[in-house]
Design a protein around this ligand. Structure first.
Ligand code: 2NL
Length: 339
């Protein structure tokens, strides 16, 4: 039987077909239902056990050779066979896929650019922090709910090892290191123990700003925020400040921008108010200055914080926060790669 198979192998090696029809006949002769290979597999059942391995291997070799040969010969035929298309030199080449920046990176870079022009430095710091830099130095009272397991991720059973919930912790480190005047922004990733939805995520990005010097006033805060909004969204966008509360600023405010979609008239996106909330801000609480060895009698400061995803949502009209983290290229491809 082995000799028969070897003879067939030699025959297949030298086989040629003039056209598709001859090739098809060849295929049927070998691979068809009543073809040579099925006959061989049938005979194989009666092969003595000690020869089964070698014989089986040889039949499989023959089968592979036949398949390869058919593929090879069919590739040489002109006409509309599948493999011919690969050789059509008049077809346009495959398009080169270029990457695009993630929208969060684009907006972060724009925010950095805008504040750099106004003399702000960029500061960065650790994502894993301690209680002092995230809470205590920022005037959070001991029983504040943000310190709860429900809101903050702790790394271990040690309550002094946690993931920062805002990048103010970076600014506390700047105040430790440097004397006023301090003018810095801190972009970075922050973590909150929140259920994921269209409007909330447990990881997101923030830019916080801090300016401490003699005679810094609320008017200074208002002008820098207005400048930022005009640079980011255009000169026609208006701002408004609403009184608010944060442990680390006094007084505190929330800033809204006028809705660009309806021009302030009211629509679905702004929930018919004409305004969209964009950031929190205020005058640095004197306690925060004292905790960080800055004399509150001599110095005052303003601070603000915004979510980068939120700014990008307003700018690009993204409806669902989860899109930023799924990395679906159909989403990511829509943003310019210029920044
Ligand atoms: C928000 C509100 C805010 C700050 C952040 C800050 C930092 C220092 C001292 C005082 Cl070191 N304040 N940051 C102030 C007011 C608001 O963020 O809604 N962020 C997304």
């Amino acid at each position: 039987m082995l000799e028969d198979i070897d003879r067939l192998i030699e025959a297949v090696k030298v086989f040629h077909a003039e056209n598709q029809q001859e090739l098809e006949q060849f295929r049927i002769r070998y691979l068809g239902k009543k073809g040579i290979l099925n006959d061989l597999f049938r005979e194989f059942r009666d092969v003595p056990t000690n020869q089964k391995k070698e014989t089986g291997q040889r039949i499989n070799d023959l089968k592979q050779l036949v398949t390869d040969r058919i593929e090879e010969i069919s590739g040489t035929f002109s006409g509309n066979s599948e493999s011919d298309r690969h050789h059509d030199l008049t077809l346009p080449g495959p398009s080169i896929r270029t990457g695009a920046r993630h929208p969060v990176s684009i907006i972060r870079n724009q925010i950095i650019e805008i504040f750099s022009r106004q003399g702000f430095t960029i500061s960065e710091g650790p994502e894993i922090e301690d209680d002092w830099h995230v809470f205590s130095a920022l005037n959070f009272p001991p029983e504040h709910p943000a310190r709860d397991m429900q809101d903050t991720f702790f790394i271990s059973r040690n309550p002094d090892v946690l993931l920062r919930t805002h990048t103010s912790s970076v600014q506390v480190r700047v105040m430790e290191r440097e004397k006023p005047p301090i003018r810095t922004i801190s972009p970075g990733r922050v973590f909150r123990n929140e259920a994921i939805s269209a409007r909330a995520h447990c990881i997101f990005h923030q830019v916080e700003g801090l300016y401490i010097d003699e005679n810094v006033s609320f008017a200074d805060l208002k002008q820098i925020l207005l400048y930022f909004v005009h640079e980011m969204f255009g000169p026609d966008v208006a701002i408004r400040l609403r009184p608010s509360y944060f442990p680390f600023t006094e007084p505190s405010a929330e800033m809204d921008v006028s809705c660009r979609l309806c021009g302030g008239k009211g629509c679905n996106v702004c929930k018919h108010t004409g305004w969209l909330e964009i950031m929190g801000c205020g005058m640095v609480d004197p306690n925060v200055l004292s905790f960080n060895c800055i004399d509150p009698e001599k110095y005052t400061g303003y601070a603000f914080g915004m979510g980068i995803e939120r700014v990008a949502m307003l700018k690009y009209q993204v409806r669902d926060l989860r899109l930023y983290f799924e990395n679906d290229v159909r989403f990511l491809d829509q943003f310019s790669s210029a920044h």
